[in-house]
Design a binder for this molecule. Structure first.
Ligand SMILES: Nc1ncnc2c1ncn2[C@@H]1O[C@H](COP(=O)(O)OP(=O)(O)OP(=O)(O)O)[C@@H](O)[C@H]1O
Ligand SMILES: [Mg+2]
Length: 232
């Protein structure tokens, strides 16, 4: 099992020690090569779960092994290595460095991975070609369309050959044509063996995945009917 999260709880603390339970006993298992979509209403806990899966946040309770590593008990340094080598993250708002070219944006994880300059450039260009942006390598984000920016972000997410690609509303800021291109790219990556977990509000987008899960009010369900039946 590539991802194995068991009995995950996440509480946030609001004003006056008010406890806000956001994830309530969520278990999630994802095998290598899977393509999973997570749907659910706004505020249901999707991004909270994704941030835990991506090792960007820590649950209040529960266990999580990623590629057989107990990631909740790793030291900072080892955890950074996991994030760098095993996980690629794609966000709704791209999160590119605005003043840097596509090549420089895609090279960033390779700098952390201590790959030398020439090799960085070679690999960044190769992966930009793969996402269909071979002609845009030296464009900056302001000179790219939304769909192109997202493809740069995807190139950055996969340049280090992660085990898993996590995407939080990857098509949320895109028109339907660019969204479709991003979905085609995800399809291709999944066929090449990349495991994908993606959050989306859009049923059409979710239908590209091989399995759809639903989060309602901090709990996870395997069918929409079940989710609806348990919604308050
Ligand atoms: N840092 C925080 N402190 C306190 N509460 C938080 C924090 N982050 C999120 N929450 C709360 O957790 C709940 C779930 O938030 P989350 O971002 O996971 O929702 P979501 O399902 O991703 O929603 P959306 O579809 O709108 O992105 C919300 O009610 C939110 O107010
Ligand atoms: Mg969210």
């Amino acid at each position: 099992m590539l991802l194995d999260l068991q009995h995950i709880y996440k509480d946030y603390y609001g004003d006056k020690q008010l406890v806000v339970p956001v994830l309530k006993d969520v278990s999630l298992q994802v095998e290598e090569g899977e393509y999973v979509a997570i749907m659910g209403p706004s505020g249901s806990g999707k991004s909270t779960l994704m941030n835990i899966v991506g090792c960007l946040d820590h649950p209040t309770k529960g266990t999580y092994t990623l590629d057989n590593k107990d990631v909740l008990n790793l030291k900072d340094r080892a955890l950074s290595d996991v994030r760098l080598n095993s996980i690629g993250f794609v966000f709704q708002q791209f999160q590119l460095m605005p003043r840097e070219t596509a090549v420089e944006n895609v090279s960033l994880p390779l700098i952390y991975a201590k790959v030398d300059r020439q090799e960085r450039k070679r690999r960044a260009i190769k992966v930009l070609e793969k996402v269909g942006l071979g002609e845009r390598c030296y464009f900056k984000p302001t000179q790219l369309s939304g769909g192109q920016k997202q493809r740069v972000a995807i190139a950055r997410a996969i340049v280090n050959n992660p085990k898993i690609l996590l995407a939080d509303e990857p098509t949320g800021a895109l028109d339907s044509k660019s969204g479709k291109q991003v979905m085609e790219l995800f399809q291709k990556l999944n066929e090449e063996g990349v495991t994908i977990v993606m959050i989306t509000h859009d049923k059409k987008v979710a239908n590209h995945a091989k399995r759809i899960l639903y989060i309602v009010d901090g709990k996870i369900y395997t069918s929409e009917e079940e989710a609806m039946a348990n919604a308050e």
